[in-house]
Design a protein around this ligand. Structure first.
Ligand code: NAG
Ligand code: NAG
Ligand code: NAG
Ligand code: NAG
Ligand code: NAG
Ligand code: NAG
Length: 342
């Protein structure tokens, strides 16, 4: 009995060795079968993921910094502190995060999309225009909400904050423009907080047609920005004619918004060609602001669109909002930022 048992055990052992070998071979083949096509798919997907040149996220942040209002942009509150809503599966998706909206639904949205903001994307550069009151506002320092929130933006190396200044197509009194620039430049010294600072000026409503007087006006302002230490280290000059200006203006700025209109207008004017046809320019000087995207431009359509715009402009703002598009974050803001990060 014992020998038989031994024999059986031996055979069983043998059989199990053989079957282990067969099993191992099968597993190996199975792994190959899974890994090979997957790696091909991954490689293909990588090609497909190629979004072309990186571009900066341009943000006209004309949102009043009520506590929490800038959260979709910068991670102010740690995600861990975000309370869970009682019944997450049945929460409706959060719509636009607007000033004053601080419902738990939005906390949830922020947590779900925790990968979509400045803090989560150190490899994406953000240009953020602050506008306390159609410029720096009437006082030497902006109000306490601004002095609290702006340092949270400037704390990040991938953020360049610019101060909004109106020029009214070079018709605004240039002394008043210079005073606005000075006001921004004095923020860090006056507040004693080096983080309450801008690194350049966003000149709104700059002219389109060439005019010697207007050119001298802008050229003077560029020199002022360049020579003002309080706007360093970038001393960046941004122009916003909103359309393609005379090319002589392009050289007086570091970057220019050459398109500021709806998605439909972009398509009508064949935006991509419009950009490529700008004389004496390269994409590093160009900014595109495209709003009113239809809601159905999402997923792969949104991806293709962002990819196309990245090819022609180095600074991009894209939103689905069709009213007050600079006063809040649209419901696909996170998608846009994620596509800019790829
Ligand atoms: C982001 O900014 C850094 C610092 O200015 C710069 O070195 C880098 O090239 C920028 N990257 C992109 C994609 O613009
Ligand atoms: C900051 O914003 C809140 C919410 O809008 C407002 O109630 C408060 O008065 C503001 N603080 C200052 C100093 O303006
Ligand atoms: C600047 O202000 C911010 C916001 O109030 C604060 O967190 C930071 O500590 C301040 N930095 C300095 C150097 O005072
Ligand atoms: C601009 O405003 C100042 C006063 O702030 C005035 O002295 C000057 O004449 C004005 N310049 C023009 C061109 O209107
Ligand atoms: C240029 O602008 C100045 C000042 O705005 C204006 O007086 C002048 O007529 C303009 N010249 C031309 C050729 O349009
Ligand atoms: C700008 O123009 C004013 C005269 O309007 C002049 O005093 C000043 O030196 C100019 N600044 C620069 C930097 O060119």
């Amino acid at each position: 009995m014992a020998t038989v048992k031994e024999h059986v055990r031996e055979r069983g052992c043998l059989r199990s060795r053989r079957s282990r070998f067969i099993a191992a071979a099968l597993v190996f083949v199975a792994i190959l079968a899974i890994v090979l096509p997957t790696s091909i798919i991954v490689t293909r997907r990588k090609d497909h993921n190629n979004m072309g040149p990186k571009a900066k996220v341009f943000v006209p942040l004309y949102v009043y910094p009520a506590p929490g209002a800038w959260d979709p942009l910068v991670n102010v509150h740690e995600p861990l502190e975000i309370p869970e809503p009682p019944c997450e599966r049945h929460q409706p998706p959060a719509k636009a995060t607007t000033v004053g909206q601080r419902a738990p639904v939005i906390y949830r949205k922020l947590q779900l999309n925790a990968g979509s903001r400045i803090t989560e994307h150190p490899d994406v550069n953000f240009t953020v225009v602050v506008n306390p009151g159609s410029g720096p506002g009437p006082n030497p320092l902006p109000d306490a909400n601004y002095t609290q929130e702006i340092p949270r933006l400037t704390a990040h190396d991938n953020v360049r904050v610019l101060g909004y200044v109106a020029t009214t197509y070079a018709k605004r009194n240039i002394s008043a423009v210079r005073r606005d620039i000075e006001t921004y430049a004095n923020w860090p010294t006056l507040s004693g907080n080096s983080s309450l600072a801008v690194r350049g000026i966003f000149f709104d409503e700059t002219p389109q047609q060439y005019n010697e007087t207007d050119f001298a006006y802008l050229d003077n302002l560029t020199a002022v920005v360049r020579n003002t230490p309080g706007l360093g280290p970038d001393n960046f000059v941004f122009h916003n004619p909103g359309v393609v200006p005379d090319s002589r203006y392009l050289s007086t700025a570091d970057s220019t918004v050459v398109f500021e209109a709806t998605y439909d207008t972009y398509l009508e004017r064949n935006g991509a060609r419009l950009f490529e046809a700008i004389p004496d320019s390269d994409r590093s000087q160009l900014c595109a602001v495209i709003h009113s995207l239809p809601d159905n431009v999402e997923g792969s359509d949104l991806r293709e669109f962002v990819k196309q715009v990245r090819r022609i402009a180095d600074e991009i703002f894209i939103t689905h909002l069709s009213t007050n598009y600079y006063a809040s974050f649209g419901n696909k803001w996170d998608d846009f930022v994620s596509l800019m990060a790829q």
